[in-house]
Design a protein around this ligand. Structure first.
Ligand code: NOJ
Ligand code: CA
Length: 691
């Protein structure tokens, strides 16, 4: 009978917006196992939740099982866990189909269309605890989270295990692109491409392709006041949630009622579908900051690359980068070429000596003698260029927190509206001093740091400052809720090409879109024009790309702030190619991934906000290839001049990366373009609307 009632309730979903079945009356009967289903609006994805022995879920896409029956639940330090023997007690359903706006983003309007099922699990005895699981099923995947209400015996909570599993069939036949978790280099690893069975402990977004060709990415959304989830393979195919612990081993310290972040599973028949998914953003809360017109996307240059290639220093001395005169020179360059900001690193006391291992030394309000904050910001204001601030903590977060409010106030006073923060220290080595004055070491992705990063963002918001976090916690879509969290690093960026061992391989930027970038914008810092600063060849430290691929990165790797990372003199030496960086916007009306395979190639088309022009960026791995794509994304009623920056006939990344053809073609939406890409090459195109 119970099953019949549940079935009727589920069938009613079409007509009834919200159904709450108080199954309290039923649960006394609930001795038999139950299974309930919720499907995506298009009916293709079906999630089945079952309470036989242990709560579990399964996900199907049409006839294919994506996630096999997989465990749910969690364990606590002092009270009984949620798991074995818990039964479905009540259900509540909801359907949503609306849209909302991003103040800045890869698109302006986001469609949110999903079916929701809230399930209360409990036990058949007096005073037993209950917990809820909320599922949201979209056409592009599934999100679910734990919601634990306030209840007797469960007030202060220490979570010691999360049972959530993502079980896949045939892990040996599935291919994953992944970086290791709990490593010293945080998220800054070269991607591994292996079968799933070979995966050890991995960060999310964890992307894999099943035997059938279906692509799946496991991640999380709205990571707030909780430990980050990594993926740990318990047995072949059983990928278990593995939360990054506090220094004392506890995973999460919280109070009821609390909600976990959403565990997300993005699903697509092909690789490109993952790139067009809005699932992570849709599972985040709306903007909590109100008017955020002070958050400004834009492009910047900076006193930065010189330190990475050792022609400047962060610390004081003869080749100190952050001097007043050098900053003014960069501001002149920025003004001349319409960049809105100049980042200056190494301006504040603390960079002399072993800053890398000792964040105690940083003073966030005191400048070196040769850097005059007032003078440079006044000079910048006269030219319409802002200073972009920099706070490197070297992972000493107590030292930073003690000075944070003064540090942001100082920048605000000088008209700085964007600050890059940094947390350079080994994974597990974040230094904090606890309430008792004891030094503790934490992970960058444990709950303590999850809170610390968000604290810096909300403190900055009080000063109308946006934050670009380096050595961050991974993105989980919080830019929707806190739009001043404008970008972050959280993968190997351009800096690895200066000094990394090895530098980023040619395939790196063909994997990033399908992994790291599913989480949100990245401050990769593209645009290195001097590709041979250590000499060309395959074995030197340098970007392992052609010049055209450096341009393509501006369209492929989305960020509302993009750096032109090279030294001004290298742009001055090639103003024709630099024109693309000057033209390309960083805020978009719409974005469409139009082709791609993970680790091979990718093609993105994006339309500028506040204008009619479209842009395309495409890039390839170490293999040269010819790409043909339709221009059907263009406006049917307009004609366009395509300004094409592509690899030259003999271009190849190792010894001939500079050969590039810049050509114009008149095109319209019914045309196609066929473009040859060199080894580790690319193409960047501006479609300038003509009428
Ligand atoms: C690492 C950051 O990723 C890089 O951009 C910065 O220059 C250094 N830390 C110093 O803060
Ligand atoms: Ca870094």
């Amino acid at each position: 009978m119970l099953i019949a009632i549940l079935l009727i309730a589920l069938l009613l979903e079409v007509n009834v917006k919200k159904i709450i079945i108080s199954v309290a009356l039923l649960c006394s009967l609930a001795t038999n196992a139950q299974s309930v289903k919720v499907s995506s609006p298009d009916g293709k994805i079906v999630v089945t939740i079952n309470d036989e022995q242990k709560p579990s879920y399964q996900i199907n896409l049409e006839n294919e099982t994506i996630i096999m029956p997989s465990r749910l639940g969690m364990a606590f330090k002092k009270v009984a866990s949620f798991g074995d023997g818990f039964k479905i007690q009540s259900l509540s359903k909801n359907s949503v189909n609306n849209s909302w706006q991003l103040p800045w983003g890869e698109r302006q309007t986001v469609q949110d269309n999903h079916n929701e099922l809230l399930i209360t699990f409990g036990k058949n005895r007096i005073n037993a605890n209950t917990f809820n699981l909320r599922f949201r099923v979209f056409n592009d995947g599934v999100g679910f989270r734990y919601e634990v209400p306030k209840q007797q015996g469960l007030l202060d909570v220490e979570i010691t295990n999360e049972f959530t599993e993502f079980t896949i069939a045939k892990p040996k036949q599935a291919t994953a692109w992944w970086i290791p978790a709990r490593g010293w280099n945080r998220y800054e690893y070269v991607y591994n491409t292996t079968d799933v069975e070979t995966v050890d402990r991995a960060h999310t977004p964890f992307t894999f392709k099943l035997d059938s060709g279906t692509h799946v990415s496991i991640h999380e959304a709205a990571l707030v006041d909780y430990a980050a989830m990594t993926i740990n393979q318990k047995r072949p195919g059983i990928l278990k949630a593995d939360l990054t612990p506090w220094s004392d081993g506890v995973l999460v310290k919280t109070k009821t009622d609390f909600k976990s972040p959403w565990r997300t599973i993005q699903i697509s028949k092909d690789a490109v579908g993952l790139l067009n998914s809005n699932l992570i953003l849709n599972l985040n809360e709306p903007n909590k900051l109100g008017d955020v017109s002070w958050v400004k996307p834009g492009k910047y240059v900076g006193i930065w690359w010189g330190m990475h290639i050792n022609t400047n220093t962060w610390g004081s001395g003869d080749i100190h980068g952050a001097t007043t005169s050098e900053t003014k020179r960069y501001m002149d360059f920025a003004a001349e070429h319409s960049f809105s900001g100049v980042l200056v690193e190494g301006w504040n006391i603390g960079w002399d000596g072993d800053w890398y291992n000792n964040g105690d030394v940083f003073n966030f309000t005191k400048a070196y003698d040769d850097f005059d904050l007032k003078e440079v910001t006044t000079y910048g204001a006269s030219k319409g260029v802002r200073l972009i601030g920099h706070h490197e903590t070297s992972g000493n977060v107590t030292n930073y927190r003690n000075q944070m409010s003064d540090a942001f106030a100082l920048y605000e006073q000088h008209g700085v509206t964007q600050v890059k923060t940094g947390y350079v220290t080994d994974g597990g080595d974040i230094k904090r001093i606890d309430e008792n004055g004891i030094i503790r070491k934490e992970w960058h992705d444990g709950q303590f740091m999850v809170n610390e990063y968000l604290h810096s963002v909300t403190e900055a918001a009080k000063h109308e400052i946006s934050i670009n976090t380096h050595e961050p916690i991974k993105d989980t879509g919080l830019r929707r809720t806190y739009p001043n969290w404008i970008a972050r690093e959280g993968a190997r960026g351009q800096e690895f090409n200066a000094w990394g061992t090895p530098p980023n391989p040619p395939e790196h930027t063909t994997i990033l879109p399908f992994t790291r970038m599913l989480a949100g914008p990245m401050d990769f810092t593209p645009g290195i024009f001097d590709l041979g600063f250590n000499g060309l060849g395959a074995d030197t430290n340098r970007p392992q790309t052609t010049l055209a691929k450096q341009l393509a990165l501006y369209v492929v790797l989305y960020s509302p702030i993009q750096m032109a990372a090279d030294l001004p003199k290298n742009y001055q030496a090639n103003l024709a190619a630099f024109q693309f960086i000057k033209d390309v916007p960083t805020d978009w009306q719409e974005s469409k991934a139009i082709a791609g395979e993970v680790g091979e190639y990718v093609v993105f088309a994006r339309q500028e906000r506040h204008g009619d022009d479209w842009y395309v960026g495409a890039l390839t791995d170490e293999n040269a290839r010819e790409l043909t794509f339709k221009l059907s994304f263009l406006d049917k009623n307009k004609k366009y001049q395509a300004q094409i920056y592509r690899d030259g006939k003999n271009a190849e990344w190792i010894n001939n990366p500079y050969e590039m053809i810049i050509e114009d073609k008149n095109v319209s939406f019914s045309d196609s373009l066929t473009i040859p890409l060199a080894t580790s090459g690319g193409v960047a195109i501006r479609f300038k609307a003509l009428n």
